[in-house]
Design a protein around this ligand. Structure first.
Ligand code: TXA
Ligand code: MG
Length: 318
């Protein structure tokens, strides 16, 4: 059920129920992060493996600090600069955060989301919210309340409509558990912006499963097979095919459907529209979705990361 007024959502969360919430990145499936029984319902509804830790959403830096044992200076610098915003920090957790919230890890991923409705929700409930993206495990993340309704509406979930998500891809996750901070997941805050503040930072590859559980190579996937290609690559001989691209290159006649994410080549606009466009193509009974690789800068890097993961379901074509 889609609602606009947060009053019933506050009540539901206080009772240990789940609520679909808007954030600036993607919609989240939220529960009281400090209530293990409530958090268990997230895993159940999403069909998510229990060792995939959740992100905890705090109202502000001060409440975030209450959840961790240390907050290194570099993490503080980033938090002060980019919160509220699409940045998640992984820090050693205090015992007040239940193990189920962190998938059994002794660290916790925290962010302060930028959406005014969800910030008010967190303040009104009085506790932080654990919230993964509000989609069934492994599928395309939701960027509107209607997307969440399509997945979970029949299960009676309350969903707060906060409009379409401004950023459109998940938060950037940085770990502060090692000697040097490192990026565990590319996302809505670009590596360039982080480096302008902290200096050079490593991006951990997909093989680092032990460091970032839940970073599966296959994720964010449509049902239709998807391949990630360069514009110069030759095309598979399949029909009908759809194209997902930044702006349409010449020779697009081969495609029955084209989703052009930004006519002006703006990568932020492209990120905002990415998941919605994937959903539209996925509804069209295409044999294949071809995605042309995005420029490897700014949010283009996060977009390519998501497309690489989405393309892992097409191995049967190869
Ligand atoms: O933008 C976002 O981050 C969205 C919105 C709703 O805030 N949330 C989101 O959550 O993308 P989710 O569950 O789809 O992704 C959470 C990921 C996990 O898969 C894992 O890779 C990482 O966060 N994570 C969480 N806790 C961690 C920890 N303690 N150590 C390492 N990685 C962690
Ligand atoms: Mg997710």
């Amino acid at each position: 059920m889609i609602i606009k007024n947060i009053h019933s959502a506050v009540e539901a969360l206080k009772k240990g129920e789940l609520v679909g919430v808007p954030t600036e990145t993607v919609y989240g499936l939220a529960a009281d992060a400090l209530n293990a029984a409530a958090v268990a319902k997230i895993y159940e509804l999403k069909q998510r493996p229990l060792d995939h830790p959740l992100i905890v959403h705090a109202a502000d830096l001060d409440t975030a600090k209450e959840l961790v044992t240390t907050f290194p200076d570099s993490a503080l610098t980033l938090a002060q600069k980019f919160w509220p915003g699409p940045l998640t920090l992984v820090l050693p957790k205090k015992s007040v955060v239940p193990d189920i919230t962190t998938g059994g890890l002794n660290s916790v991923a925290i962010r302060v989301p930028e959406h005014p409705v969800t910030l008010k929700l967190i303040r009104d409930t009085g506790f932080p919210l654990a919230a993964p993206s509000a989609n069934p495990f492994g599928t395309i993340s939701p960027t509107t309340a209607e997307h969440v309704e399509q997945s979970f509406g029949k299960k009676g979930l309350i969903i707060i409509d906060g409009g379409p998500c401004r950023v459109g891809v998940e938060s950037t996750i940085i770990s502060f558990l090692g000697k040097e901070p490192c990026i565990l997941r590319l996302g809505g805050l670009s590596t360039e912006e982080i480096e302008a503040t902290l200096g050079p930072i490593a991006v951990v590859g997909k093989s680092a499963k032990s460091i970032a559980p839940g970073m599966l190579p296959q994720h964010y996937a449509p049902r239709t097979p998807l391949v990630l290609l360069n514009e110069t690559d030759s095309l598979p001989n399949l029909n009908p095919m759809g194209l997902l691209t930044l702006s349409s290159p010449a020779g697009c006649e081969r495609f029955q459907a084209i989703q052009e994410l930004s006519v002006t080549g703006n990568l932020q606009e492209a990120a905002t529209r990415l998941y919605g466009a994937m959903r539209i193509l996925d509804e069209m009974d295409l044999k294949l979705i071809v995605a042309y690789r995005f420029p490897d800068r700014g949010l283009g890097r996060a977009i390519n990361d998501r497309l690489e993961r989405a393309s892992q379901n097409s191995s049967r074509l190869a």
